[in-house]
Write a new protein. Structure first.
Length: 482
């Protein structure tokens, strides 16, 4: 199911960008979103934004449809969600092409971290669906779980399909109706989600998709017809979303920014940690909330670490994400590129040592929103680069003088999303992991467990996604006394 498009001045204009009651219909907003290709700078589409009245219609339809959807047997809800994931997988090349254009993620990375992760979100929601039926005896009472109701899901542009899938799939499994609002910078790939849900048989009103900028998102987040708002994005926007929802007593979950540390406690692991951390920090051109953007190492290892990072950076290929040799693509927009370059230039002007990269345009990338992969040695751990989320291909390296100092440096930020601790000593790893105020800690190069809860503390937000916890966020406990 494709929205109808028309041409104006040789640009595709998508007027039917509102997905409502099972099909794409004309949106009535006055704004038209210009979607550009992050590599060529060319506008590839115009997407009509939703009006406030469109959002009212979507909420009304959701409120009418949600009770029946909640009453639908879990096996049927699970089957629709699973089928949507299968249909998304069948659209592989089309989805990857959209993400390479909108976001700039290199092809091989987009296949795994963008499309593959989105498919997995639907698969895992289906696999953990039985949590909906849990009944817990508490003394003479029994606790059951019911759908939260009508949900607004507001997501950013860095992983447009994956992050929306992490919210939509478990919410549908839980029996909620969902109104999805993606970022205005990456609206096209998210429209495929509406298509696959329609083809999978989602009932009218249970899922809606509205397009627009922050004004549209703000109106949706503050709508009195909602029961929960789930948001992923920046700290500043997340706080505005929470405030808007709170006006009507609507619950929120927030997955916000990060400034995650890769903490080397064992010097013998410093070189391995440096290679791993650099690759992680450069993934999706650094546009990842959970990216390891601070490498904290024993001072005695700094020379070796810097040498390895310089060599590894020299092997990174910056360029068109459609070229299979590319390892780092562009940022999502001109504004993001300019912001990140300005932060690097500030570090250069302050005298910080730039091990690799810098604020200049990468060679051969005069067109597009490109930033050089950059490694900065932080002489002052309270600098902006060391404490603030950059959201670009920048890694800060910080030396410590004692294990106590290492933990202090790791905590020298308002964020608390994830961390990685490099240590062969079991007891020391356990102690360090418990001292870090973050939502999750990984050891050495071990892969994170998908089904484990993901989310942050402090300024990184509250609420959890993935696995059992991801579905539980969309349920409400009810005590039955008899």
């Amino acid at each position: 199911m494709h929205p109808v498009v028309r041409r104006a001045e040789d640009l595709v204009v998508i007027d039917e960008s509102l997905f409502l009651n099972g099909s794409f219909v004309t949106a009535h907003g006055s704004d038209v979103l210009a979607v550009d290709d992050s590599t060529t700078e060319q506008v590839i589409a115009h997407v009509r934004a939703a009006s406030y009245e469109d959002i009212d219609r979507a909420v009304e339809a959701a409120r009418l449809a949600q009770p029946e959807w909640a009453a639908t047997p879990l096996a049927e809800r699970r089957a629709i969600v699973a089928a949507a994931g299968e249909k998304l997988a069948a659209m592989g090349d089309e989805v990857i092409a959209l993400i390479m254009a909108e976001v700039g993620t290199p092809r091989s990375e987009a296949r795994v971290a963008q499309l593959g992760a989105a498919i997995r979100a639907f698969q895992h929601a289906s696999e953990f669906a039985d949590v909906v039926q849990d009944r817990e005896p508490v003394g003479t009472a029994e606790v059951i779980h019911e759908p939260a109701g009508v949900i607004a899901a507001v997501t950013p542009w860095n992983y447009p399909l994956f992050l929306m899938g992490l919210k939509v799939a478990p919410a549908l499994i839980a029996g909620c109706a969902v109104i999805a609002k993606p970022s205005e910078l990456a609206p096209l790939s998210t429209m495929t989600l509406a298509r696959v849900l329609a083809e999978a048989g989602i009932p009218d009103g249970v899922f809606a998709l509205v397009q627009g900028d922050g004004n549209v998102g703000g109106y949706l987040a503050g709508h009195p017809g909602l029961d929960l708002v789930t948001f992923t994005g920046s700290v500043a926007t997340g706080r505005r979303v929470a405030a808007a929802a709170a006006e009507h007593g609507v619950r929120t979950t927030l997955e916000l920014g990060g400034k995650s540390a890769s903490l080397v406690m064992d010097p013998t692991l410093a070189v391995e940690a440096a290679r791993f951390t650099l690759a992680n920090a450069m993934s999706n051109a650094g546009q990842t909330c959970a990216a390891l953007t601070r490498l904290i190492v024993p001072r005695a290892t700094m020379a070796d670490v810097e040498s390895v990072l310089e060599a590894e950076c020299s092997g990174l290929v910056v360029g068109d994400p459609r070229d299979d040799s590319t390892s780092v693509g562009p940022l999502v927009s001109e504004r993001e590129r300019d912001r990140v370059r300005a932060m690097i230039a500030e570090a250069e002007a302050s005298g910080m040592r730039i091990v690799a990269g810098g604020s200049k345009t990468p060679a051969g990338c005069e067109r597009g929103w490109f930033v050089q992969p950059t490694v900065v040695v932080e002489s002052e751990p309270t600098s902006r680069l060391a404490r603030e989320e950059v959201f670009g291909p920048v890694l800060s390296v910080i030396a410590y003088d004692s294990p106590e100092h290492a933990v202090e440096l790791a905590e020298e930020t308002e964020f608390g999303l994830v961390a990685r601790v490099w240590d062969v000593d079991d007891s020391r790893f356990e102690t360090t992991a418990r001292r870090l105020r973050v939502g999750g800690v990984s050891r050495n190069g071990v892969a994170t467990e998908w089904a484990a809860p993901f989310g942050g503390v402090k300024a990184s937000g509250y609420g959890r996604e993935r696995g059992r916890a991801g579905i539980e966020e969309f349920l409400v406990a009810k005590a039955i006394h008899q």
